[in-house]
Design a protein around this ligand. Structure first.
Ligand code: SF4
Length: 396
């Protein structure tokens, strides 16, 4: 899955899984080995996209849509080749699944103008620069409509690339790198096995930006845990790193201690004390106050207590007012707010759709609801317990 905002993109897999795969908080690729894909495989995928693109365009023209793709074109295209894509609407067998998924991916891309591409999986820039250059050039040649190509990138990987290599990648079309900074504090980075130090984050990020590539930096309130001194250093030094780098975007992803992660085991063993949501909110406030440059800042992922999105130059005050209003609430009102945020605004629905809404979570949710309804003194603690467990099931 690509980051939020890449929903219009063609997803092109240039490597499999994560070459690092050690971050304690991340269950994404655990148990799956990293491998590169060779250029023939990637070219064959781009060629397959090209063929699908042309077929969809033809179906669209036949239907009088002049090459534009919409739901009607998508449906008609499936009806024309049921042996390839399954019976319309959507009776797809296992052997048809790959073709159907490609069609869906390409149709979605064309619906949005075929302008953006996202390179998967976790660190596309870990490819040999000459190979990545070739992929970018091949993509642009195959699809002149492409304006923006993005990928995840690790600071340490970017650090190993020379300024000339990054510049060449930018010239060839690499527009944006999403970099998981998470923290600027070396003790937190080391404990979480992030595989990058503060200095590496700064020098890797500087190289990206100097090459003219947009940088979207992910940071993670709560990653320092509940221990006050470390949490304080975590947020202070994260702000320092951001102020050194001045990325185009800052994306806030509050910590979720997910069941499939090594951090969850540490939590079970009592070795990691997670932050409360109130602590996450305070760290978010500090972050917004401490950033000294203009950027897009968003907290769109559901792990965050608030959904904020905007430019700091225009929206900082509104963001801080919003956060301040929450912080001024009584403990019971905050419990009510959190309950509403995590139970009624889609998170629990996602957990249900993953089949992970089990009986023990149900009991915690009921307990949190009754604590708020009965206005008991420890309502916030009981809501926090339910929220922690909801978040432990995964990230929507
Ligand atoms: S580098 Fe990214 S994908 Fe890989 S383990 Fe760390 S957070 Fe997960």
């Amino acid at each position: 899955m690509g980051p939020i905002g890449e929903g219009e993109s063609l997803i092109l897999r240039v490597s499999r899984n994560c070459p690092w795969n050690q971050c304690l908080f991340c269950p994404a690729y655990k148990g799956r080995a990293f491998s590169t894909r060779n250029l023939h495989e990637i070219e064959a995928d781009i060629d397959a996209v090209r063929r699908t693109y042309e077929c969809l365009e033809k179906t669209s023209r036949d239907m009088g849509f002049g090459g534009c793709v919409n739901r009607a074109v998508f449906g008609e295209h499936i009806k024309r080749s049921p042996e390839v894509y399954g019976k319309y609407p959507y009776e797809v067998t296992k052997s048809q699944w790959k073709a159907f998924r490609t069609l869906n991916n390409v149709a979605n891309w064309m619906t949005h103008g075929a302008r953006r591409v996202f390179l998967q999986d976790a660190n596309a820039v870990s490819m040999k620069p000459t190979a990545l250059l070739h992929v970018l050039e091949y993509l642009k040649k195959s699809f002149p409509t492409v304006e923006r190509i993005s990928s995840y990138a690790r600071s340490r990987t970017c650090n190993k690339l020379t300024p000339d290599e990054l510049k060449e990648l930018q010239h060839a079309g690499l527009t944006c790198c999403y970099v998981g900074i998470e923290s600027g504090c070396d003790d937190v980075l080391r404990y979480m096995k992030k595989g990058a130090s503060k200095i590496e984050h700064i020098s890797g990020g500087r190289k990206i930006i100097a090459a003219g590539i947009h940088m979207a930096a992910f940071v993670m309130p709560g990653l320092g845990g509940a221990e006050r001194k470390l949490a304080e250093r975590h947020i202070q030094e994260t702000i320092q790193v951001l102020n050194e780098l001045r990325p185009t975007e800052v994306r806030v992803r509050s910590l979720a201690v997910q069941e499939g992660s090594l951090l969850y085991r540490k939590w079970e063993a009592g070795e990691f004390l997670p932050p409360t949501e109130d602590q996450n909110v305070e760290e978010l406030r500090r972050l917004i106050e401490g950033i000294e440059f203009d950027c897009l800042l968003e907290t769109l992922q559901l792990t965050n207590v608030f959904t904020l999105s905007g430019r700091l130059s225009a929206d900082r005050e509104a963001f801080l007012n919003h956060i301040g209003a929450y912080q001024e609430l009584s403990s019971l009102e905050r419990a009510r707010y959190l309950l509403c945020r995590y139970i009624n605004e889609g998170y629990v629905e996602c957990v249900r759709s993953w089949g992970l809404y089990d009986n023990s979570l149900h009991c915690l949710v009921l307990d949190a609801v009754s604590a708020v309804e009965e206005e008991v003194g420890d309502a916030l603690r009981r809501v926090e317990r339910a929220v922690f467990t909801i978040k432990s099931k995964g990230i929507p």
